[in-house]
Write a protein that binds this ligand. Structure first.
Ligand code: GLC
Length: 432
């Protein structure tokens, strides 16, 4: 019997697949102004429930359509918020009444979703919020939650039993990990310990017990790193920023996954218009893989159960690039450390095929220098159309360029003057 503290999740498929879909869906899709709306506007339970729990009716919900959109975008896995901080459960849990089956939706929304994704060949993951602004045993603290600044917060805590809440989480996770098919990823969110003990961390969640429960049910599930434990996690989860380099822990490179929003919010936000361009999203994906990581890109569906047009456009744009370029993403990782990255580029590398992928974020002025690669590249082509790129540019301008540039071992590629008509052009180099 392996020890739950040292047991590792199976990340072999994960570091191959690279791109996943995050879905944040809950009652907050009705107010449509951030999934933290209950906190941000200090909305009392009665108001929140009357307005949103009582009116959650996703009449256009079509799990196949969601799975299709993700599949076409080249995504290989999905992570769904079974429960977010508001405490609302998308599934028919036996441990709470605060669930989809008791809203006008009248059904378990999680099960058909997971099934639709699996049918499309995607792996499935569950996001489970450790924070719970609804549960009667969740201790109201001074940091977050709708009652954080409430004058009677202390009194409102009387009778709350935190260990009961920790138990509730284990019960719910047990339900999710035993009745919802093969779950590959568990994304618990999040801890906020404070030096004076006023925040929340492993002691509040009983993280060690939680981990033990999870590992006993699914020993090789991929666990994220937000339980406030220094063991038991399989991946780091940088949020809304791109790390400078491959993330390390104790001097060693680790598995990591950046999570990013299409706009500035995770939950559906009607008036949030900072949608990133398709080019930027692709650059984020490429940048991530060039540093050995995964990208989990988020969509916040509407309260009627749809991906809005802005999200669909983003996914379609990603998909159209992936159609001809996924070879530089799937199965790829950072380039060997002795290969320097050319100006304005990102490199990815497939260790099995020994192919190096040069992604041009800005189009070069006809020539591209690849230092140290003169002897190592056997053939080069554009990825989008498989057209050859002649190695060792030899026309008279190239000769001059070489004379003025020095470095004997660098390879000089001659590219078309104009950028090919693809969002991010990729050169595929066959190494020895
Ligand atoms: C945060 C936020 C949250 C979001 C998550 C995604 O911790 O609280 O709303 O679900 O990050 O990474």
């Amino acid at each position: 019997m392996s020890d739950y503290k040292t047991q590792r999740g199976d990340t072999s498929w994960f570091t191959h697949d690279r791109l996943g879909l995050f879905i944040h869906w809950g009652l907050y899709s009705l107010p449509a102004r951030h999934e933290w709306v209950r906190n941000n506007e200090n909305i009392p339970t009665e108001t929140y429930d009357a307005n949103y729990f009582g009116r959650f009716d996703p009449d256009h919900f079509d799990p196949d359509a969601w799975a299709d959109a993700a599949f076409r975008a080249g995504m290989k896995y999905v992570v769904v918020t079974a429960k977010h901080h508001e405490g609302f459960c998308l599934w028919d849990t036996q441990h709470s009444d605060y669930k989809a089956t008791n809203t006008p939706a009248r059904r378990d929304l999680l099960k058909p979703l997971l099934e639709a994704f699996r049918k499309r060949g995607l792996r499935t993951g569950i996001y489970y919020s450790l924070i719970d602004w609804h549960h009667p045993d969740f201790l109201l603290d001074a940091h977050i939650g709708p009652y954080r600044a409430h004058p009677e917060r202390e009194q409102m805590n009387i009778g709350r039993v935190p260990s009961r809440y920790a138990h509730y989480m284990r019960d719910q996770l047990t339900e999710l990990l035993t009745q919802y098919g093969d779950i590959d990823v568990l994304w618990c969110d999040f801890s906020y310990p404070k030096p004076d003990g006023s925040g929340k961390g492993h002691a509040d969640w009983e993280s060690d017990e939680l981990l033990k429960t999870v590992r006993s049910l699914r020993p090789t599930i991929i666990m994220n790193d937000r339980l406030n434990l220094d063991y038991g996690w399989d991946m780091k989860t940088p949020e809304q920023y791109q790390p400078r380099a491959w993330l390390e822990h104790a001097g060693k490179r680790v598995v990591w996954e950046a999570c990013q929003t299409l706009s500035g919010s995770w939950g559906y936000h009607r008036d949030e218009n900072t949608f990133k361009s398709v080019e930027m999203l692709l650059q984020m994906l490429i940048d991530t893989v060039s540093k050995g990581g995964n990208l989990l890109l988020n969509v916040g569906p509407t309260s009627r159960g749809e991906f809005d047009q802005r999200a669909l456009r983003s996914l379609a744009g990603i998909g159209s690039w992936m159609q001809s370029h996924s070879r530089s993403i799937y199965g790829c990782t950072a380039a060997p450390t002795d290969v320097p990255t050319p100006t304005d580029c990102r490199l990815t590398y497939n260790p099995e095929t020994h192919r190096l992928y040069v992604h041009c974020f800005a189009w070069p002025f006809k020539y591209l220098w690849l230092d140290g690669l003169r002897e190592r590249v056997k053939y080069a082509q554009f990825l989008h159309d498989g057209s050859e790129i002649v190695l060792e540019a030899k026309d008279w301008t190239a000769v001059q360029a070489r004379e003025t540039a020095g470095e004997a071992n660098s390879l000089l590629l001659e590219l078309p003057t104009l950028k090919p008509d693809v969002t991010v052009p990729v050169l595929e180099l066959f190494l020895d």
